[in-house]
Design a protein around this ligand. Structure first.
Ligand SMILES: NC(=O)c1ccc[n+]([C@@H]2O[C@H](COP(=O)([O-])OP(=O)(O)OC[C@H]3O[C@@H](n4cnc5c(N)ncnc54)[C@H](O)[C@@H]3O)[C@@H](O)[C@H]2O)c1
Length: 266
């Protein structure tokens, strides 16, 4: 029996994900939820249904909705999707840095017997972080290091010329909450770590632009009474959006597989 999947948006990640799902056309039927008049419409493959509102989503009856469209899309669409009873897999996890909005989503999901799931996305190690969070005072730090291409607009705002940057520059140091709000496209992984671990105020985040790098690097360090853990992940940037990484669509694809699988790796 095919599973119906709706993606919110058709940007870099959603397009890559849909390509992977279409390669498994015996398992999945896919539709895309776009805003009315969206410029992405002309890029959606002709064999994929385009939906424009929640009523059309309900008609398509998704087994799972997958968001890869940014924080605002979470605000715009996810409350109604949960209220209609659909489970939602999120990649824009930083949207949950707003405690009031997150608890509204939690209540809506509970009330309508459904769930919000958060993809690992560009990061790994969330299982370890989740396991360690009840230890005595675990210390979790996260450093994001990305090439200049991922930070061109932000560098210009700081009065730096991206083309001539020769040394790494620290763009941000602070809490995961501040990081997710300040960099909605780049710091979703900090929010994922916060929710898996010690909360939005409990994780120290550093953001560095490094002109020597070709990949998007994530450094996670955890110290607790249970031991210590260090992870370094170097992701290939997405070809169409240097702020995102190619692995994110694969992470969503794998999470979809897990959602329907009889054996689940937690
Ligand atoms: N968790 C992670 O590791 C991780 C990593 C990278 C990106 N992300 C998240 O994924 C998002 C998408 O990344 P991308 O590289 O595909 O970006 P992108 O800019 O290529 O695509 C975003 C798409 O979403 C569409 N969109 C925006 N608002 C919408 C709405 N309300 N309804 C429907 N569509 C809407 C846009 O038209 C665009 O096509 C990012 O903004 C970020 O929040 C998460």
């Amino acid at each position: 029996m095919k599973k119906n999947i709706v993606t919110i948006g058709f940007g870099s990640i959603a397009a890559d994900l849909i390509q992977q799902l279409q390669a498994q056309s015996t398992r999945y039927a896919v539709a895309v939820l776009l805003r009315p008049g969206s410029q992405s419409r002309s890029r959606v493959p002709t064999d994929i249904a385009v939906l424009e509102d929640i009523a059309q989503v309900c008609e398509f009856a998704p087994d799972l909705v997958v968001e890869a469209a940014g924080h605002q899309s979470v605000r715009d669409t996810v409350p109604a999707l949960l209220a209609a009873g659909f489970p939602v897999l999120l990649s824009s996890i930083g949207a949950l840095g707003d405690d009031e909005f997150r608890s509204r989503l939690e209540w809506t999901a509970m009330e309508h017997g459904t769930r919000i799931m958060l993809a690992s996305g560009a990061l790994g190690a969330l299982d370890y972080v989740r396991a360690v969070r009840d230890a005595r005072e675990p210390v979790i730090t996260y450093e994001s290091r990305k090439p200049v291409k991922a930070w061109e607009a932000e560098l210009r705002q700081l009065g730096q010329e991206p083309e001539t940057l020769s040394e790494s520059i620290t763009l941000f140091e602070g809490s995961a909450r501040q990081a997710a709000a300040a960099y909605p496209q780049n710091l979703n992984v900090a929010a994922a770590l916060a929710l898996a671990g010690t909360g939005f105020e409990g994780i120290r985040v550093k953001v560095v632009c490094d002109p020597e790098l070709q990949s998007n690097v994530h450094l996670v360090r955890v110290d607790s009474e249970l031991g210590s853990f260090e992870a370094r992940i170097a992701n290939s940037p997405s070809k169409s959006n240097p702020k995102s990484s190619q692995i994110v669509a694969h992470s969503l694809h794998s999470a979809i597989g897990q959602f329907f699988a009889p054996i689940v790796i937690l």
